[in-house]
Design a binder for this molecule. Structure first.
Ligand SMILES: *Cc1c(COP(=O)(O)O)cnc(C)c1O
Length: 475
């Protein structure tokens, strides 16, 4: 497809902006030497260009999209409409607080609702993503230990089934990471945890459900072991839609949590827009939260907590993502929130059970909102890899699952159907997986070339990595 710079012709254009009637300003030596090379095309050429681009991409509106570890993918339209209201979208962060009382109320209500859902007492909306939230939460843990004179608590324990951002965030926050293995069931090895804790333990970071989609049945024992050793418990709640309305991390012994509003609460992950990774904590940690907490009863205002770790982002975080989350929560209500997680878990288990005769499912157990298939055996027998099956799905109009993640499962495909898919959609996807399995036995070479019906077939990944073309050359 031609790029926008290759379309149109010199002098062609569209007139959206009024004519500039001001005299040109001379910037002297800072002036541009050459004309700026901008595309010049008519309105209909431009419109066609973007329509063509849109047709070449695949999104949740095109069909089933079981990408794992991204949780909700369909965002009800009403949330966007509400976030688009001028009173939310046209405000300025420097505006005086008495003119933005409604927005402060949104932050306050969102804090109350999400604290209720997670069992926490305070929350900050400053962090802009999940990993950013992890970093912020770890700063709270660090500040807590230092405030008590515990300078030796430098280690964060991270099970190997944790999300990859967990150890990275711990290092960023200045901790040492202690990795502990999982058991055969894919959950935390309690003996390894007991051996790992000690006087130098700052805390544990637990991704739950973990990256193989399993809820750790020993969760209360795990948090007790860490507390008894003097550490704090951090809950990676990026995938909260498996448990929201069912159980609360705050009731399971966790002191700090982050959420991904852009995964669970009305902003799809990877939607191309801003994210929000709020951090919730128990009351004893609230004095360390980053700047600008909403306070007050009648007249609301921003307040810096007494021993704040400082700001982690400019202003108040990505406010409109919070508006969408609150709209989603209020729209669903208590029952709706619980129902959404039940359906997410039911849909994943329905698919896993239907597919387990053909495909190996990693770690049998209580799958939650997603499950991981291992295609290691299939690859040994037929040569067809996880990549081949994922690409094959595209020819049937299905977006591939997450591939080769988590790393502890070989030839992994991580499938997350989500709560919004109907039984018919799931049945059709199951049928496609069955067909591909069959094809892997009978004509494996065809699958090595899939997809054949998409605008781009199989890109040369090695070339893309070794010789990437990152700039457009006008010559
Ligand atoms: C997605 C995810 C993260 C990271 O969130 P980002 O917003 O992408 O930084 C952390 N933990 C888990 C379990 C996740 O699924």
């Amino acid at each position: 497809m031609e790029l926008i710079f290759e379309k149109g012709a010199k002098g062609r254009g569209l007139s959206i902006l009024p004519k500039n009637e001001l005299a040109p300003v001379d910037f002297g030596c800072h002036s541009r030497e050459k004309e700026l090379n901008l595309p010049q095309m008519s309105e209909n050429e431009l419109s066609r260009h973007y329509t063509q681009l849109a047709k070449r991409s695949r999104g949740v509106n095109d069909g089933f999209y079981p990408l794992g570890s991204c949780t909700m993918k369909y965002n009800p339209k009403i949330n966007e409409s509400i976030a688009g209201l001028a009173g939310f979208s046209k405000i300025h962060p420097m505006q005086s607080q008495h003119t933005t009382q409604g927005c402060l109320k949104v932050l306050k209500k969102a804090e109350e609702a999400l604290c209720e859902i997670t069992g926490m007492d305070g929350m900050t909306f400053q962090p802009a993503a999940g990993a950013h939230g992890e970093f912020t939460g770890l700063l709270l843990i660090k500040a807590y230990h230092l405030s008590r004179g515990n300078v030796g608590r430098k280690k964060i324990i991270v099970p190997d089934s944790a999300h990859g951002t967990n150890p990275a965030s711990a290092v960023m926050a200045g901790f040492e990471v202690v990795n502990i293995p999982s058991t055969k069931e894919g959950i935390v090895d309690l003996d390894a945890l007991r051996d790992a804790v000690g006087e130098d333990t700052a805390g544990l970071m637990l991704t739950n459900p973990n990256t193989v989609g399993i809820f750790d049945k020993n969760i209360l024992e795990i948090t007790d072991i860490v507390h008894e050793a003097g550490g704090l418990n951090y809950y990676d709640g990026a995938n909260l839609n498996a448990i929201m309305g069912q159980v609360r991390p705050g009731d399971m012994g966790f002191d700090v949590i982050h959420l991904n509003l852009h995964k669970t609460f009305a902003t799809p992950h990877g939607g191309g827009g801003p994210g929000s990774g709020p951090v919730g904590c128990k009351a004893f940690l609230a004095e360390f939260l980053p700047g600008c907490q909403v306070a007050g009863e009648e007249e609301l205002y921003f307040e810096k907590p007494k021993h704040s770790v400082g700001k982690v982002k400019a202003f108040y975080g990505n406010f409109l993502v919070v508006v969408k989350a609150l709209a989603y929560i209020l729209n669903l209500g208590c029952d709706g929130i619980a129902e959404a997680s039940q359906n997410a878990v039911l849909n994943a288990n329905y698919m896993a059970k239907k597919l387990m005769n053909l495909y190996d499912i990693a770690f049998e157990g209580n799958w939650m909102h997603e499950f991981v298939m291992s295609l290691e055996e299939l690859k040994k027998k037929t040569g067809v890899s996880a990549m081949d099956i994922a690409k094959g799905l595209l020819d049937y109009g299905i977006h591939p699952p997450t591939m080769y993640f988590p790393l502890i499962v070989h030839e992994a495909l991580m499938v997350e159907p989500t709560e919004t898919e109907s039984r018919e959609t799931l049945d059709r996807a199951i049928e496609v997986f069955e067909k591909l399995y069959d094809q892997a036995q009978k004509e494996p070479e065809k699958l090595h070339n899939a997809p054949v019906s998409t605008p781009v077939g199989r890109p040369d990944e090695v070339k893309a990595a070794r010789h990437p073309i990152l700039r457009y050359s006008f010559e």
